[in-house]
Design a protein around this ligand. Structure first.
Ligand code: FES
Length: 115
């Protein structure tokens, strides 16, 4: 899962596993690796705030699904900055944002689902 930045300032998640490389040609792409700040040697010196919170709260699983959750969270936060919602809508909004993510190692089970 990567983030595509659109010309209108919005962003969206896009699956890399079902889209060929040609789909990304000419597009601005953000990957999980690109969120952290790096030094001149390319070493990570500071995680992005969402990455840091995932670590602090042990909210990560594996290298397949965690980038999807982190990128989905970043896209959601950016969307909420542009278009705030009512407080009582936040739980549903989070579920909508994360519902599509699956755990491949358990047979494509969704682990954050709508009730
Ligand atoms: S824990 Fe990441 S896909 Fe299953």
């Amino acid at each position: 899962m990567v983030i595509i930045d659109k010309a209108d300032g919005t962003s969206e998640e896009v699956r890399t596993c079902i889209n060929g490389a040609h789909f990304f040609d000419g597009k601005t792409v953000r990957t999980i690796e690109g969120h952290a700040k790096r030094n001149d040697q390319g070493e990570v010196v500071e995680f992005a705030s969402v990455q840091q919170k995932f670590l602090e709260h042990f909210s990560f699983q594996c290298g397949y699904c965690t980038p999807g959750f982190v990128n989905a969270t970043i896209v959601l936060l950016e969307k909420l900055k542009r278009t705030p919602i009512a407080k009582d809508e936040i739980e549903t909004t989070i579920m909508d944002a994360l519902n599509d993510h699956i755990c491949r190692c358990t047979g494509y089970v969704r682990y954050y689902t709508k009730p």
